[in-house]
Structures are given as C-alpha cells and as structure tokens.
Design a protein around this ligand. Structure first.
Ligand SMILES: [Zn+2]
Length: 269
C-alpha cells in the first residue's frame, strides 16, 4: 500500500515522467531506484550519483534522514530537472536483548583494537561504486523464517543502550542455506569477525550492498560474482547472538538502509 502511495507521490513530483522515473519508498531507510535518459547525470543533495549508460541509478535514505532531500537530474540535452523529495519519518521500536556474553556488550581494550580494524575493513568494502546495475533486480529473501529483529530499533543489550539495529533478523536453524537476494560481487568474506561472526558483503553495484552476518560457513570468496539465488553460505550463531539467525543488512555506501523495504513481504510458504 505504502509503495502505491509513494508511486503516486512520484507521479505528482515528476510531471516530466518521461525523463525521470523513480520507484521505491520515500521514507527513512528507503531505497529509491531510478530510470532516466541515457547520458543523463544525477545528484542527490549535491552529491553525484552514478547513472548507468542506459540511465539507471539508485540512492538510499538513512535511519534519521531529514524529511527533505533534493534530486537534480541533468538531461543530455542540457535541461535540468530539480525536485525536492519529501521523506516520511518512521517510528522505531525499542528492543531489549539479555543473556549476551558481557565481552560482547562491553569489550575490553584489546578487543576494541580488533573491532576497530574490522570496522575499517567493512567500511572499505562498502566504498566501491561498481558500474553494474544489479541493484535494479527484484530482490529475493536470502533465507526464510520468523523475523526476530527489524531495521532501526533502539537496542538495549544486557540493560546497556547500544547502536540501533541496522538490518533484518531471520531466525533459522544453523546450516540453513543463504542465497544471494540479487546478483553481485563478493567484496568481503570473513569467517570470524568479533560482533558479526561469519560475514559476507555482496555488492549489487552503484554503492548498494548487502551484508550477511552470523554465518557458520561461507561458500564464496572475495571477487566471486554470483547470480540472484546462488548459494552464499549457511546460517549460524557466530559473533554477538543469542541463537542461530541470519542478519541481513543493506547499505548505500555509508548510508544504512532497510532491506525489508527493498524485498517486500516474506512469502508465506
Ligand atoms: Zn541483526
């Protein structure tokens, strides 16, 4: 329903629809995929956004994105289309998780060094701006099961306030296969990161990437190209967890977006 509303807003916002077409949700955490003319250029809030040779582009809004953003598209004939986008605010729930090992909530100094190095490694993997427009595929759920954690929630771990939760958690038994939700190139494949355990980052092009965490086995390595639906590894309970589940996060470069808004509802069966 919300996507229908967003589509209508887009129709109103862009009378020159033949030149710029947007699909996605104008909401905090949302991902917007666009189509314009071949040879056009795009900018979101004055930052250039890669446009593929056939005119496709993508951008995303963070958890606390301001309610306005400005998209500028320069058409190949020199015309300039400027549009203020209205971004809907979301309310985020508070999630309390208890029973975590204390070193997973308040790591000591030695662990902090390792955590910082790993964070740099992850940031580096998210810096790529690959030219392939795989982001434009219809996304699949990488695994299925009950959703036990959602994007944006405030986290209280063993009673201590911590970073919000940036992703969706799907409970599944250890060993359950995890599949690529869309095509991509593997830019990180690490079996044992401190907080996230077995971790894979799959780059869908133009800065949109998925991260899969807490895996107990990895079936791909850095540089591998995978198609939508290809196996990546298996669900586990590695890193900071209370039980086996898949954490699926999504980024547009450094902006953390909500994969649930991209993939849609989980199929019932
Ligand atoms: Zn999670």
């Amino acid at each position: 329903m919300r996507s229908v509303v967003a589509a209508l807003l887009v129709l109103i916002a862009f009378p020159a629809l033949a030149q710029v077409d947007l699909r996605g949700q104008m909401v905090q955490g949302g991902v917007v995929r666009g189509q314009t003319l071949p040879g056009a250029q795009a900018m979101l809030d004055d930052q250039p956004v890669r446009v593929s040779p056939d005119g496709r582009f993508v951008f995303g809004f963070g958890r606390d994105q301001a309610t306005r953003a400005r998209l500028v598209v320069l058409l190949p004939d020199g015309r300039r289309i400027e549009q203020d986008l209205s971004v809907e605010r979301r309310r985020y729930v508070v999630q309390r998780i208890n029973g975590l090992a204390s070193e997973m909530v308040s790591p000591d100094e030695a662990a902090m060094g390792r955590i910082r190095r790993e964070a740099d490694q992850v940031s580096e993997a998210r810096r790529h701006d690959l030219p392939e427009p795989w982001f434009d595929e219809e996304f699949l759920w990488p695994t299925r099961g009950p959703i036990t954690g959602v994007y944006g929630s405030q986290r209280i771990l063993n009673g201590e306030p911590r970073q919000p939760h940036f992703g969706v958690d799907v409970a599944a038994p250890a060993g359950t296969p995890v599949f690529a939700p869309a095509a991509g190139t593997v830019t990180l494949a690490e079996p044992d990161l401190y907080f996230t355990g077995g971790t894979i980052i799959l780059d869908h092009g133009h800065g949109l990437s998925s991260v899969f965490q807490h895996l107990n086995s990895l079936g791909v390595k850095v540089g591998d190209r995978v198609a939508r639906g290809d196996p990546l590894g298996a669900v586990g309970a590695t890193g900071r967890v209370t039980g086996a589940h898949l954490h699926w996060g999504m980024n547009w470069f450094t902006v953390r977006v909500d994969p649930q808004l991209v993939v849609g509802p989980m199929p019932a069966d």
